[in-house]
Ligand binder design. Structure first.
Ligand code: ADP
Ligand code: MG
Length: 180
């Protein structure tokens, strides 16, 4: 299936999930068992259509430098957050941290929790179609890419274009799929 049809199908599927909270908790538990690279992490504030990341953000703040992405034009910039960070509601209803906005390549986070609309078990990722994270990855060196997916977001095959980067780990409520 092409990306456009797949996005439509996945948006519909995700809107019908009734146990997001339960699935999010299972996903967060699994993330906490991962052996992740040392260093800083970029992790987004989840939308209602995504596995909840609030608990994970607070978890990582205890042990790492944590950066949240903010969208500026065509780009993602990063803001360092801690337990005192204040938030404002930005575009698309996303809670955005206040603070200095830094180019991702200046920070070069070792880990990036990458939002997705869908994924397959070969670690291909489908985004919302704006390519923000594809450009973010292109602007960085290595970063360990983690995806979080509800069961309903896993499909047989996500088509990959030449600019798409595969994930390093995909976490669902039932399993951890890591790149071999
Ligand atoms: P998504 O990753 O959000 O699912 P796509 O993979 O379909 O979306 O990419 C969306 C658009 O982003 C593409 O049409 C492509 O032109 C653009 N894009 C992706 N990566 C880059 C890049 N490294 N530089 C410039 N444009 C890019
Ligand atoms: Mg892409």
């Amino acid at each position: 299936m092409d990306k456009i049809s797949l996005r439509a199908l996945l948006k519909e599927r995700v809107s019908l999930i009734s146990d997001k909270r339960e699935q999010s908790e299972l996903i967060a538990q699994k993330v906490k068992t991962l052996r992740l690279p040392h260093g800083s992490i970029c992790i987004y504030n989840s939308l209602d259509c995504e596995a909840d990341t609030v608990d994970l953000i607070n978890y990582f703040i205890q042990t790492r430098e944590v950066y949240l992405p903010v969208v500026e034009g065509e780009d993602i910039l990063l803001v360092k957050v801690d337990s005192d960070t204040q938030y404002t509601v930005g575009r698309w209803g996303i809670r955005e941290p206040r603070g200095e906005r830094i180019a991702p390549k200046t920070i070069a986070p070792q880990i990036t929790v990458t939002p997705l609309l869908g994924a397959d078990k070969n670690l291909n990722r489908l985004g919302k179609g704006k390519g923000y994270y594809d450009r973010y990855f292109a602007s960085l060196g290595e970063t360990y890419k983690v995806g979080l997916a509800f069961r309903e977001q896993i499909v047989d095959r996500v088509p990959a274009d030449k600019w798409d980067k595969t994930l390093d780990a995909l976490i669902t409520p039932d399993e951890i799929i890591e790149r071999k």
